[in-house]
Design a protein around this ligand. Structure first.
Ligand SMILES: CC(C)(COP(=O)(O)OP(=O)(O)OC[C@H]1O[C@@H](n2cnc3c(N)ncnc32)[C@H](O)[C@@H]1OP(=O)(O)O)[C@@H](O)C(=O)NCCC(=O)NCCS
Length: 162
């Protein structure tokens, strides 16, 4: 019913419009956006989902971040158009993109979000991983794409520098 493709340059504003529709106004004021400024999303992990008519139904992007001296993926934004929410598309986008991430050699995924939603994908609260303020620490979640990969990973989350 939906087909997934890597996002292209031509998709950018359509995806932004979907995020504007799905998130509360002022989403770019959130602390996670400070980590995305002047950093490109991970191209191979920005996925758009379109329905049979080619209409955008959902999208996910990831950014690289530093945690202390370690590197992780910051998952998000992920959004599904209100007319398609609850059909499993958000879950499919998260599963598909995290499988791609593992194949590409990424090991750690973190996000700021609702634990009751993300725990089904294996995300758990990260202690000692500090997002820029203001962020509720209970919403800072991580998932390992390899065993034990979060062990000892602690520190401030900062913008990715090559
Ligand atoms: C969150 C979102 C991406 C989920 O996509 P979706 O396609 O609707 O989700 P799925 O169909 O895969 O899963 C639906 C399930 O997730 C649950 N769910 C959705 N959002 C939830 C939340 N914030 N907290 C807890 N559960 C949630 C639904 O109740 C449903 O539960 P069920 O399987 O027990 O019926 C989508 O609702 C959305 O775009 N929301 C607005 C933007 C947003 O909040 N993005 C996430 C940022 S943290």
């Amino acid at each position: 019913m939906f087909h997934f493709d890597v996002e292209t340059k031509d998709d950018w504003w359509e995806v932004e419009a979907l995020y504007d529709l799905c998130f509360a106004p002022g989403r770019t004021a959130l602390s996670s956006y400070r980590l995305r400024e002047d950093v490109d999303p991970v191209a191979d992990l920005s996925i758009v989902a379109r329905d049979g008519d080619g209409i955008l139904a959902g999208a996910i992007r990831y950014w690289p971040v530093h945690i202390g001296t370690d590197v992780a993926l910051l998952l998000g934004p992920v959004a599904v158009h209100p007319t398609h929410q609850g059909e499993g598309l958000g879950g499919a986008l998260i599963h598909d993109s995290m499988s791609r991430a593992a194949r590409l050699g990424w090991h750690r995924v973190m996000l700021v979000g609702d634990e009751p939603y993300y725990r089904r994908f294996g995300f758990q609260r990260l202690s000692g991983v500090v997002m820029p303020p203001p962020t509720n620490p209970d919403r800072v979640l991580g998932h390992g794409l390899a065993d034990g990969i979060w062990d000892g990973v602690q520190g401030d989350v900062t913008r990715y520098e090559v």
